[in-house]
Design a protein around this ligand. Structure first.
Ligand code: TXA
Ligand code: MG
Length: 324
């Protein structure tokens, strides 16, 4: 069976054998494995070099699939899923005992989401069960938004890659915990205001859950995540020239047309929020070519209507971590 030119049957047989298949989603590429197989999930941690305490998001084809991996599919979860699935919102609930502890980093809760991409959905339906799907990058590095990004990081013998073209959103899903009061654990394209409207109550943003403020609810929110190899500095447009200052191996990532500094490689991004988010990770990779010591990224402003602001906030969150 083929969907958008992708061999779903071959991928399913790889997954059934406990293997790994990278698949496109609307946010970034995910590294898929059978979520109910502890051995397959352990392989995901191994190839990514991911710390075992950092839980994986379980991907499902629909709300019924989510119901099978949580202890109780709550009314609030149903509201969020009805409003945003398939789409970039991961819901954290108490896990069902059938989900192996390795998936949740040993914790009691599981994050679950239904991705909005025809290839991901076809894969989930054909596989007929839940798949873990961390971003398909080496731990701590920039998430992949193209099949070639995934191929650069993993050996083909370890990871089969389904090419679904460029990811549409470009930043990872919003992670919201519905265990107790609703709390956003990771900012994403869907912002707090939109979730508040759907839930009809206040949604907290756990901005301090990054390992610096005590309890680490979402271990992937460690500072120094999503990082390129070269040092990344986020700065104002007016600082760029002085910071380049004749240094070699500098890349500039900018959404402003008038930035051009002699001797520096310039990678341009669209100025609108959605276009910027979509292109950001590819731009960081392009800026991070061998020989680069410093990436200067011109700070975008968090502005615009609610939807744009949510995207800019997710972008700034990732930039903060990438430059930590
Ligand atoms: O958009 C996305 O979410 C992508 C695509 C592929 O679906 N996946 C992704 O997965 O970004 P990953 O593993 O790179 O990031 C998962 C984030 C981490 O910050 C992790 O700590 C958090 O979600 N997370 C996962 N399970 C959790 C849980 N049970 N409780 C709290 N946080 C959890
Ligand atoms: Mg990740």
């Amino acid at each position: 069976m083929f969907v958008s030119g992708v061999d779903i049957a071959a991928a399913v047989s790889r997954l059934r054998g406990g293997g790994l298949v990278a698949f496109p989603t609307e946010t970034v590429y995910g590294l898929g494995a059978d979520a109910l197989s502890a051995a397959a999930v352990a392989r995901v941690f191994a190839v990514k070099g991911r710390p075992s305490g950092n839980p994986l998001i379980v991907h499902v084809a629909d709300a019924a699939g989510a119901g099978a991996v949580v202890r109780e599919w709550t009314e609030e979860a149903e509201k969020v899923a009805a409003a945003f699935w398939p789409g970039p919102v991961s819901i954290v609930l108490a896990k069902h005992e059938r989900v192996p502890g390795v998936v949740t980093g040993g914790g009691p809760n599981v994050a679950v989401r239904c991705p909005d991409h025809p290839v991901a959905l076809a894969l989930l339906r054909a596989f007929g069960g839940p798949l873990v799907g961390p971003s398909a990058n080496l731990s701590g590095r920039v998430s992949p938004t193209r099949a070639e990004h995934v191929r650069e990081s993993f050996d083909e013998r370890d990871v089969m890659v389904l090419d679904g073209g460029d990811c549409r959103a470009g930043v990872e899903s919003t992670v919201i915990s519905l265990v107790g009061q609703p709390r956003i654990l990771r900012l994403g394209v869907v912002g707090a205001a939109a979730l508040e409207r759907v839930l009809g109550k206040h949604v907290e943003v756990a901005a301090g859950s990054d390992g610096r403020g005590g309890v680490m609810e979402s271990p992937g929110m460690l500072a120094s995540h999503y990082a390129p190899l070269a040092r990344l500095v986020v700065c104002g447009a007016e600082e760029v020239a002085a910071r380049v200052g004749g240094a070699a191996g500098v890349s500039i990532v900018t959404h402003m047309d008038d930035i051009d500094v002699e001797g520096a490689r310039v990678v341009r991004l669209p100025a609108d929020a959605a276009g910027y988010a979509r292109g950001l990770y590819a731009a960081l990779r392009e800026a991070d070519v061998p020989g680069t010591g410093l990436i200067l990224l011109v700070r975008p402003a968090v502005e615009g209507a609610e939807e744009e602001r949510a995207i800019w906030m997710a972008v700034m969150d990732r930039l903060g971590r990438a430059s930590a």
